[in-house]
Design a protein around this ligand. Structure first.
Ligand SMILES: Cc1cc2nc3c(=O)[nH]c(=O)nc-3n(C[C@H](O)[C@H](O)[C@H](O)COP(=O)(O)OP(=O)(O)OC[C@H]3O[C@@H](n4cnc5c(N)ncnc54)[C@H](O)[C@@H]3O)c2cc1C
Length: 496
């Protein structure tokens, strides 16, 4: 979404090439179910949306970024509607849903739980109608090209022809989405391997707040099925969390029981799994009515894997869901490298602070995607590039599954100094070699490795618990860490 939205704004000024690693639609945006937050209903205003976002961010939001998000949200949504996006309505008025941690009903949906799919559909249709935008699918960008310290294009692996292609550009936008595939358990699609963070880090950009990963409590945990998200809205509608014995283990753990904040629910599920020795816990909807009508996509997907939610509880497990940190940007998507921009989940504007308010990320992709496209117009004139080069980067000799297991175990929901230090030691010891004919998966491992390492380094440096980052050896928040972590190739983790 961020990439498409930026391309639409940028196309007014110059030629835009949109590269995507897989098919153009394969993205987290496409799978977003819950909805998009916007202060548009009669009883809402942007100050309330701002307030809720700041509370969720646990003291670390960049206030100016939050102001831009909430203030520009209503016009951004109106524009999407003008471009043909269809949101669910009650009569002829937009229908606003309520979600945990939002003080007003402000979540727009499309076809119940297919909001992202509808947003991608309408943005793609708009972008494809503009003559200046060209699309290249199955082209995985592997590295940025550099000329005199400025970004001058990118190298992409064409997985249909198995060749590397070199693309020169007067500016590059990273809109590569999240990094959930760094973890064993994740709700993210296969493409979310943290490529934007890894390649910009190799090129020298500053990365910020990478220790903050949001884990979703309830991903489907069925053998042979993907870790499909069973949305928070199901618990909002009254679903219970139970262990194998049928006990509602969240009772007594938090005043709000199943509706406690995501990180609290996730940690309690992990605790329950460890306590019982079971592989998962259960989300029970069997006492509720109207599930097939209100959650058609979730109901049908579970049915496809042989699970009828109206008759039996769903096995669930927490999973890595959203990266609050990423490539550090200013409010106009500029990274610390000249001619390199970032927007959407890959970027760290500071809008989410230490924890994201649910349904704010689709809005972020639209608002900051538009800002990125507008800012990039400053590079409409192509500079003379002589011979841009990618930064050096060999391939780590470790499998993807080993990396993901390690990240899940040692830099997951529950962290401590011993586990993070061991992980850093083990990852730094991985030998790096040149590969004669690397494939897309080799390039992905080459990205997962440094992203996992950076999460561990930032996580070790942050000696406190805040938002999505939980340390058993530092279980409380500490004022001296009310700062953003930053790290780059040339400097260790610092707080500023
Ligand atoms: C299951 C699920 C449900 C969610 N539900 C909600 C919700 O209800 N509300 C909400 O606000 N947020 C939700 N989120 C989060 C939200 O969907 C994402 O944060 C948001 O869509 C990110 O948008 P994006 O444009 O930054 O990235 P994406 O939509 O992930 O797009 C990234 C694109 O970059 C491409 N790409 C990646 N690497 C490369 C590379 N090396 N070369 C070329 N292309 C590359 C990908 O193929 C993809 O096309 C959900 C996330 C998931 C996974």
């Amino acid at each position: 979404m961020a990439g498409l939205r930026a391309a639409i704004s940028l196309a007014e000024t110059g030629q835009v090439l949109v590269l995507s690693k897989d098919s153009i639609r394969e993205s987290s945006s496409q799978y977003a179910q819950g909805g998009i937050a916007v202060a548009l209903s009669d009883d809402d205003d942007v100050e309330l949306h701002e307030h809720d976002t700041l509370i969720a961010g646990d003291g670390l939001c960049n206030r100016e970024a939050v102001e831009a998000l909430v203030a520009e949200g209503p016009a951004a949504i109106q524009q999407l509607i003008d471009w043909g996006t269809e949101f669910d309505k009650e009569g002829n008025k937009l229908a606003f849903g309520r979600e945990g941690a939002h003080s007003r009903s402000r979540i727009l949906h499309s076809q119940g739980d297919s909001t992202g799919r509808e947003l991608v559909r309408s943005l793609y249709r708009r972008a494809a109608s503009l003559p200046n935008i060209r699309f290249e699918s199955f082209a995985a960008v592997t590295d940025l090209l550099l000329e005199d310290g400025e970004v001058a294009g990118a190298l992409a692996f064409d997985s249909e022809r198995n060749v590397l292609i070199s693309i020169r550009a007067s500016a590059v936008l990273l809109a590569t989405g999240g990094l959930g595939r760094v973890y064993l358990e994740t709700t993210n699609p296969d493409v979310a391997t943290g490529d934007g963070v890894a390649m910009s880090w190799r090129a020298g950009a500053v990365i910020s707040d990478l220790e903050f990963v949001q884990f979703h409590p309830t991903a489907l945990h069925l053998a042979g099925a993907p870790r499909f998200l069973l949305s928070e809205a199901l618990r909002g509608a009254g679903a219970y969390l139970r262990n194998r014995a049928g006990d509602r283990f969240m009772l007594g753990k938090h005043d709000m029981a199943e509706l406690a904040p995501r990180d609290v629910v996730s940690r309690n599920i992990v605790h329950e799994i460890l306590r019982t020795g079971d592989e998962h816990v259960f989300l029970d909807l069997t006492h509720l009515t109207g599930i097939p009508e209100h959650f058609p996509r979730i109901y049908q997907t579970c049915l496809h894997y042989g699970l009828d939610l109206t008759r039996e509880p769903a096995p669930v497990h927490p999973a890595a869901h959203y990266a609050m940190g990423g490539v550090k940007t200013d409010l106009h998507a500029r990274t610390t490298l000249p001619r390199l921009y970032a927007a959407g989940e890959v970027a760290c504007t500071g809008v989410h602070g230490a924890n994201r308010l649910a349904s704010n990320s689709l809005l972020e992709a639209v608002v900051f995607g538009a800002r990125a496209g507008e800012a990039m117009r400053e590079h409409a004139v192509r500079p003379v590039v002589v011979n841009p080069q990618p930064p050096a980067g060999a391939f780590p000799q470790i499998s993807e599954i080993e990396l993901r297991r390690m990240a899940w175990r040692q830099a997951g929901l529950v962290r401590d100094s011993a586990g993070l230090s061991q992980m850093i030691h083990d990852l730094e010891a991985v030998p790096q070699v040149d590969l004669p004919d690397p494939e897309r998966t080799d390039y992905e491992v080459r990205n997962i490795h440094p992203v996992a390492l950076l999460i561990a380094r930032c996580g070790l440096a942050r000696q406190e618990s805040r938002g999505g980052h939980y340390r058993t050896d530092f279980p409380a928040k500490r004022t001296e860490f009310e700062k953003h972590s930053t790290v780059s190739q040339s400097k260790p983790v610092e707080f500023e």
